[in-house]
Design a protein around this ligand. Structure first.
Ligand code: PLP
Length: 642
């Protein structure tokens, strides 16, 4: 029933409703539910174009609440003698409204921010709610950044630069001395423990960042020699995103806690332990590779108990706990809605004309095999007979390709043979499936892959889901309606870019083979929008402008708490226009228009075009600057599919 595995990744925020539509549950529980089709209808009424990213601001708030409550419960249960703060790493999603919403939702919990570059530092510094709000500065920092951080500390802000390299520490001390200013800072430790999975290299001895233990001891010596031990405020590790194993986290937390205890023993009154990011989100079934088999509560318990146990053993005070959880806060809150433009089926039985009397020998061979396959009742022919027929079909098709390349076959003959080839393949597959659903010789696998339909969808994989292209991160794709109807087609989504990589190659489904997704045949004149879920972390910001497809439209949606099913769209941000994306690569309308004008003028001057027609072409060209980069008027499926 749950073919798209909504229960596995929805985490209570998404369900299929009684109308067979996808619905969002803004609070992650059964208090409120919004039908996504209703949102699409309102967006269409307001003239919003798809692809569009729907941001559910309530979901962001709910995630912040869940995370903090998990730590509060763990702290109470363990009798931990200090507090926890989330620090939101804005690199996961820097959109201003996302950051503001997270900050607002986190106010009761003392949530802070994390930045990792100059631009992020500039953005975050202005958003610190109070002097207590933490701002952690990771990443490589130059003198100008360190100096700005020192100035913000002088302003009384709780900003902690985290030293990633020993040289950075030297630079900071030098600048602080020059300014005659005391400074607080943290250190990212290169632990022995590393994570696992796609992001494992973020931790361990091989990690890109971090200070080794010998370097840490040099830091300690410098501080103690100058009586500045109290400047070291925070110890940090980061195991990498999507921590898959809780024992690794526990081990890393214990390792860092021992370092903390040692430093306390050396007289350095460190206040914070920061366990970095890595709190995982399930994009697929937890049982699959890369699945997250722990809950938020288990994560919080692991951190709290591991650090408490070490501190108690070593009789040192419990530090303030900090985590830099980004993905776990933002992933669920946005859904990308894309429109299906067309579905391309290789085998189209409706369009099969009779074989002409003078058909080529190969076409006749195929016709005989096809007739046998069709006349034999499914389940009546043996596997060996069907496989033999399939090999016959393949041989004939290969011979046709050779003859065509040598000029012995006309285009028309070749087209007929190609059509019969696909029909025969479909018939073979139907026989094999009917004979034994468990039976999977290589031929079946080959045919399954050959015969999937291509669903052309209006978006760019590179702009909207870069991690899918780059690291094969799966994202759940679900039709937003017709979920009470069996999806009978096996499809693959292909995007608008002129790039063979511009497609989705992995799906989240109940099928064993994840290379396709079951979808519905398109109904003529009826839109078939799909939702791509869990897009809120990293994807928004990493988008690439391949083929100059730009940022998609966005709508920020809030649930109406008074009335179930109701919502309001607080803000709509139209997608990037052609002129915006062109400006990124240094093309500007005036110059482009002038160049076009010259070309048109030449034609007019040469008498090859009437001036009126020339002006019309120029107007048409000019109008395209203000259009969005995605398809403007191919919004609904154009033809019947079944
Ligand atoms: N902190 C640091 C130092 C990171 O490099 C990252 C990203 O990998 C994060 C926090 C956020 O991690 P996540 O999104 O897994 O919570």
């Amino acid at each position: 029933a749950d073919y798209y595995r909504v229960d596995a990744w929805g985490d209570g925020f998404f369900v299929v409703n009684a109308r067979g539509h996808m619905a969002v549950r803004p609070h992650g529980d059964d208090t409120l539910q919004i039908d996504i089709q209703d949102i699409l209808a309102e967006l269409r009424d307001r003239g919003i174009r798809f692809p569009a990213l729907l941001r559910f601001q309530d979901v962001l708030r709910a995630r912040v609440g869940r995370l903090n409550r998990a730590f509060i419960e763990a702290i109470e249960e363990a009798g931990y003698d200090n507090v926890y703060h989330t620090v939101y790493p804005i690199k996961v999603n820097q959109l201003h409204e996302v950051v503001e919403e997270v900050l607002d939702a986190g106010k009761p919990y003392g949530l802070g921010l994390e930045c990792g570059s100059r631009a992020e530092l500039v953005a975050t510094l202005a958003h610190l709610e109070s002097d207590e709000t933490l701002l952690l500065c990771n990443g490589v920092k130059d003198r100008s950044m360190l100096s700005l951080i020192l100035s913000s500390q002088r302003l009384g802000k709780n900003v902690i630069p985290i030293m990633e390299k020993y040289a950075e520490f030297e630079e900071l001390v030098h600048l602080a001395d020059e300014a005659d200013q005391a400074t607080q800072f943290g250190v990212r430790i290169r632990l022995r423990t590393s994570g696992s999975g796609k992001w494992a290299d973020s931790g361990g001895y091989q990690s890109k960042f971090g200070i080794s233990l010998p370097e840490l001891m040099r830091v300690v010596d410098v501080l103690r020699d100058s009586d500045q031990g109290h400047r070291l405020a925070l110890l940090h590790f980061h195991l990498g995103s999507q921590i898959s194993e809780i024992p690794q986290l526990r081990q890393a937390a214990r390792e860092l806690a021992h370092i903390y205890a040692e430093l306390i023993g050396l007289g350095l009154p460190i206040r914070y332990i920061d366990v970095g990011g890595g709190l995982g989100v399930n994009y697929t079934d937890a049982s699959e590779e890369g699945g997250i088999r722990y809950s938020l509560n288990e994560y919080a318990n692991a951190v709290v108990y591991a650090i408490k146990e070490v501190c108690d053993e070593r009789e040192v005070p419990h530090p303030v706990l900090v985590s830099e959880s980004g993905r776990a806060i933002t992933a669920h809150h946005s859904v990308l809605v894309i429109e299906t433009i067309d579905a391309y089926r290789k085998n189209n039985a409706d369009a099969e004309p009779e074989l002409p009397g003078d058909a080529h020998r190969i076409a006749e061979n195929l016709d005989r095999t096809l007739a046998w396959l069709r006349d034999t009742e499914a389940g009546q022919a043996s596997v060996a007979e069907v496989i033999e027929a399939y090999h016959d079909v393949v041989d004939n098709q290969e011979e046709a390709a050779t003859l065509f390349a040598m000029g012995y076959l006309s285009l028309e003959q070749n087209a007929t043979i190609e059509r019969m080839y696909w029909s025969s393949c479909t018939a073979v597959l139907e026989h094999l499936r009917a004979l034994d659903p468990e039976y999977a010789p290589p031929e079946v696998q080959q045919l399954e892959e050959l015969l999937v339909d291509q669903y052309l969808v209006d978006f760019s994989v590179f702009q909207s889901m870069l991690d899918h292209w780059a690291i094969e991160q799966p994202f759940p794709v679900v039709p937003l309606a017709r979920l009470d109807e069996r999806p009978t087609r096996r499809g693959m989504l292909v995007d608008l870019t002129c790039d063979s990589d511009g497609k989705m190659t992995q799906y989240v489904t109940a099928d064993e083979d994840k290379k396709f997704v079951r979808l519905h045949p398109l109904n003529p004149g009826e839109a078939y929008p799909l939702g791509i879920f869990l897009m809120g972390a990293y994807q928004d910001i990493m988008g690439d402008s391949h083929n100059l497809f730009g940022r998609v439209s966005e709508a920020h949606i809030y649930a109406d708490a008074e009335e179930d099913g109701n919502f309001w769209i607080e803000k709509v941000i139209p997608g990037q226009k052609v002129e915006d994306i062109l400006a990124q690569v240094q093309y500007f309308p005036n110059d482009l228009h002038r160049r076009m004008q010259q070309q048109v003028k030449q034609k007019i001057d040469a008498g090859e075009m009437r001036p009126k027609r020339g002006m019309e072409i120029l107007d048409q060209y000019k109008a395209a600057f203000a259009e969005e980069t995605y398809l403007v008027n191919a919004r609904v499926p154009r033809k019947a599919e079944e």
